[in-house]
Design a protein around this ligand. Structure first.
Ligand code: CP
Length: 305
C-alpha cells in the first residue's frame, strides 16, 4: 500500500505516468466515470480549505465513488482530544482512501503508521502540500510543454508557504531549472529548503526583494499569499501582507509568454485587473487540480481502466 506524504514519494518516471494519466482523464473523462464505483474517499480536514477538499471530493465523484469527511477540527472528535492515530484507525473502517490536512507538520505521516488505507497529505502546517505540487506540475507541463529548462520566479511568503517548499523539492529533479526567489528579508526560504534542497542538488538560485527587477527574465511567476495563520503576531502580518501586488503595470515588464500561477486563495497579491491577461493561469490551474487528483486516487487504489 502506498501513501503520498511528500512530492518525492513518486519518482520522476512515476510522476510522468501520473501526469500522462491525468492528461488522458482530461481528454476522455467518460472512460473513467465508473472507475471507482463502490469506493469511498474520506476527507479529514483539521484546517480550512476550499480547493483541496472540494477538488478531492469532485475527483472522487467524477470517478463514480463516494465521499465522507469533516471540514474542521471543531466538527470532529479532535475537539474532544482524540488523536490523529486513533482517528485514522476509525477512518480505515469507513473508507478506502483518505486525504488529510492538518496544522501540525508531520501529522499525515503519523497517520500512515497505523492506517490500513492510503493516506494523502493535503497540506501539513508550513511543511508540504504535495497534491498542490502535482497540480502545479500538470499546469506547467500542459501550458509550457515541459518541466525542464525553465526560469521560475517564486514570489511572496517563501518562509511559511508550503506549496513553494513542495514545488521546489519536486522541480530540483528536472534539468536546467533556475529559481528566482523573490521575498522580503523576513519571508525568505527556510534553510532546510535553501541548503538541504537547492544547494544540496547543485541548483542555481538567487534571492531578491524587488519583483520589478527580475520579472522580465521569467518563464513562470509563482505568486503566493502571505500566510497569516502561521504568523506569531498580527503586526508583522499587517506590515508584510501587501509587500507584493502584481498588477498590469508590472505585467508589462514580463515576457509575452510568461505564465502566472498561484495556488490560491489570493488575497491582494494579484490585482483582479490581471485576471483577464492571457498569461494568468491560476484559474486554469484549479481545473488541472481535479484531473491530477483523479489520477492520484486511481494510482493509489491501483485501479486500472
Ligand atoms: N491551494 C489550496 O491549498 O487551497 P485551499 O487552502 O483552499 O485548499
Amino acid at each position: 500500500m502506498r501513501h503520498l506524504i511528500s512530492p518525492l514519494d513518486f519518482s520522476v518516471e512515476e510522476l510522468d505516468r501520473l501526469l500522462d494519466l491525468a492528461g488522458d482523464i482530461e481528454k476522455n473523462p467518460a472512460k473513467y466515470a465508473h472507475a471507482c464505483d463502490g469506493k469511498i474517499l474520506a476527507t479529514l480536514f483539521y484546517e480550512p480549505s476550499t480547493r483541496t477538499r472540494l477538488s478531492f471530493e469532485s475527483a472522487m465523484l467524477h470517478l463514480g465513488g463516494q465521499v465522507l469527511g469533516f471540514s474542521s477540527a471543531a466538527s470532529s472528535s479532535a475537539s474532544k482530544g482524540e488523536s490523529v492515530s486513533d482517528t485514522i484507525r476509525m477512518i480505515s473502517c469507513y473508507a478506502d482512501i483518505c486525504a488529510m490536512r492538518h496544522p501540525k507538520e508531520g501529522a499525515p505521516m503519523v497517520a500512515t503508521a497505523v492506517s490500513s488505507i492510503p493516506v494523502i497529505n493535503a497540506g501539513d502546517g508550513g511543511h508540504q502540500h504535495p497534491t498542490q505540487t502535482l497540480t502545479d506540475l500538470m499546469t506547467i507541463r500542459s501550458l509550457k510543454g515541459r518541466l525542464d529548462h525553465l526560469t521560475i520566479g517564486l514570489c511572496g511568503d517563501l518562509k511559511f508557504g508550503r506549496t513553494v517548499h513542495s514545488l521546489i523539492k519536486a522541480l530540483v529533479r528536472y534539468d536546467d531549472i533556475d529559481f528566482v526567489c523573490i521575498s522580503p528579508e523576513e519571508l525568505k526560504l527556510p534553510s532546510y529548503i535553501r541548503e538541504d534542497v537547492l544547494e544540496a542538488n547543485g541548483k542555481h538560485y538567487q534571492e531578491v526583494e524587488r519583483l520589478e527587477d527580475v520579472i522580465g527574465n521569467l518563464d513562470l511567476l509563482y505568486m503566493t499569499r502571505v500566510q497569516r495563520e502561521r504568523f506569531f503576531n498580527e503586526e508583522d502580518y499587517v506590515r508584510l501582507k501587501d509587500f507584493y501586488i502584481l498588477d498590469k503595470k508590472k505585467m508589462k515588464l514580463a515576457r509575452p509568454d510568461m505564465l502566472v500561477l498561484h495556488p490560491l486563495p489570493r488575497v491582494n497579491e494579484i490585482s483582479v485587473e490581471v485576471d483577464n491577461d492571457p498569461r494568468a493561469a491560476y484559474f486554469r490551474q484549479v481545473q488541472y487540480g481535479v484531473y491530477v487528483r483523479m489520477a492520484l486516487i486511481l494510482t493509489l487504489l491501483e485501479v486500472t481502466v
